[in-house]
Design a protein around this ligand. Sequence first.
Ligand code: UD1
Ligand code: MG
Length: 480
Amino acid sequence: MSATNSPTAVVILAAGIGTRMKSPQPKVLHSILGDTLLGHVLSAVAPLNASRVVVVVGHGRDEVTAYLNQSWPQVSTVVQEHQNGTGHAVKVVLEAFPELASGTVVVLAGDSPLLTTHDISELIHAASNCQAAVLSAHVDEPHGYGRIIRNGDDTVCCIVEEKDATDEQKFITEVNSGVYAFSGELLATSLASVTAHNAQGEQYLTDVVEILTQSGHSVRASLTTQTNILGVNDRAQLAQAAAILRNRINEEHMIAGVTLVDPQTTWIDRTVTIESDATILPNVHLTGHTSIATQAVIGPDSTLHDTTVLLGAHVTRTTASGAIIGMHASVGPYTFLRPDTVLGEGAKAGGFVEMKNAQLDAGAKVPHLSYVGDATIGEGTNIGAATIFVNYDGVDKHHTTIGKHVRIGSDTMLVAPVTVGDGAYTAAGSVITEDVPAGAIGVARAKQRNIVDWVLRRRPGSKSAQAALADSSRKHEEGA
Ligand code: UD1
Ligand code: MG
C-alpha cells in the first residue's frame, strides 16, 4: 500500500436500525452539540481530502439521504437493502464503485462521533507499511466489542466478536473500534471469501483481517483512547458522547484564552467562534453561527443562537436568536431578542424586554418591560417602561420609526405604521396613532377627573373607605 496520507475512499457504515435508541429517527441523525452523529464523523473525515466519501444507508435511508443532500452534497450514498453485516455493507459499496479497489479504503461507523481526524490519519499511516490496519483501544469494559487477537510479533492475527469469543478471549481488553484502513484490492478479494458462518449469521467485515493474515499479509493495530472510539447505541451513550465533546470544545476555548466560569454547564457548538478574553458565565448555551468578541461577558443563564456579540457587550439571562449586539451594549436580565434585532454601540435592551426585527441605534435604550417589533429607533432615544410597539393589525405587520433623542413616555402604545420625529416626546400612557413631528410632544389619552368621596358613597364600610376616613380625620386634627 502506498505510504500516502490521502486515502482513495472513505466508507461510512450507517445502514443499521439503531434499535436501542427507541426512536423513529435514524440513529446517525440524532444530534449532539448542534450536529448529527453522522455530521461529526463527516467533519473528522473531511480534512483527509478523500477522493470519495460514501455513506452506506439502509434503515431510514430517505431521512439520511435527505440530510446528506442538504448538508454534505459532495458525499455519495449506497443503499444496502438488507443488513447482512458490516462485511456485506462494504461489498455493496465496492460493487457500486469498483474503482475504489485501486486505492486505500478507510471504513468507519456513522455512530462514532468522537473519532478525530488525527486517529484516522494515524491509522492510515499504520496501514501504509502493511496491507491493513485497525484502530483499537484498551477499554475498561470490553463487553460487546470485537476483541483484537495479536500475534507474538505484535501484528494483529484476527478479530473475534463478543458472541463468538471463548471465555479466555473475553478477558482481552484491547477492542476493535470498527475503523479500518485497507488496501482496496485486498479488501475486495478478501470480502469475496467472507461467509456468514458465525453466531450472528452475518458477514463480518472483521473476518477480512483473518483472511488477510492467513494468506500471508500483515495487519497492524493503531491504538487510540477508549473515549475516542465511543459508539452511540442508546440515549445514555448519546449523553455521554455529548458531555465528552462539550469538554473537548470547552477546553479548546479555555486554552485559546476564553474564561469559562463553569465548563460543566457551558455548551458551545463547534460552529461558534469566541475571541480571547471573553467571559462565559455558568449555564450558557451558544449555538449555530454565534460569535462572541473579546471582553464580552455572557451569562449566567443565556442561550444565544446565530447571534453576534461585539466587543465588551454584556448579555445576562437572555435568549437571543439571529441578533446582533453592538459594542458595549447591554442586554438583560430576562430579555428575548428575536431575529433581526440589531443593537448599536452602547445600546440597552433591559429587563423583560422582547425585540424582533428592530434596530436600536447607538446609545438608545429600552430599559424595562417592553415589546419592540418592526421598528427603527434613532441614537440616544429612550423608550419608557412598558411601551408596546403595536406592529400587527391582525393581518399585516407594520413598521414604526422613532427619531434621534426621542423620549417615549412610559406605557405608550405606538400603533404602527407611525413615525415619531427627532427630539420629540410622547406623554406617558398615550396611544399614538398619528405621526408626532420633530420636537413636539404627542399626548393621546383621556383627561383625568376625580370624583370626590366616591369610595365613601359607593363602598361604605370597606377597608378602603376606612382608610380614606382615617386620612381625612388625621388631616382635620392636624388642621390641614
Ligand atoms: C462492530 C464490529 C466489532 C467492533 C464494533 C465497534 C463487526 C462484525 N464487528 O460490531 O468488532 O468492536 O463494531 O463498535 O463489524 N452496519 C451496516 N450494515 C450492516 C450491519 C451494520 O451498515 O449490515 C453498520 C451499522 O449501522 C453500524 C456499523 O455498521 O453503524 C456497525 O454495525 P454493528 O451491528 O453495530 O456492529 P457491532 O456489533 O457493534
Ligand atoms: Mg455497534
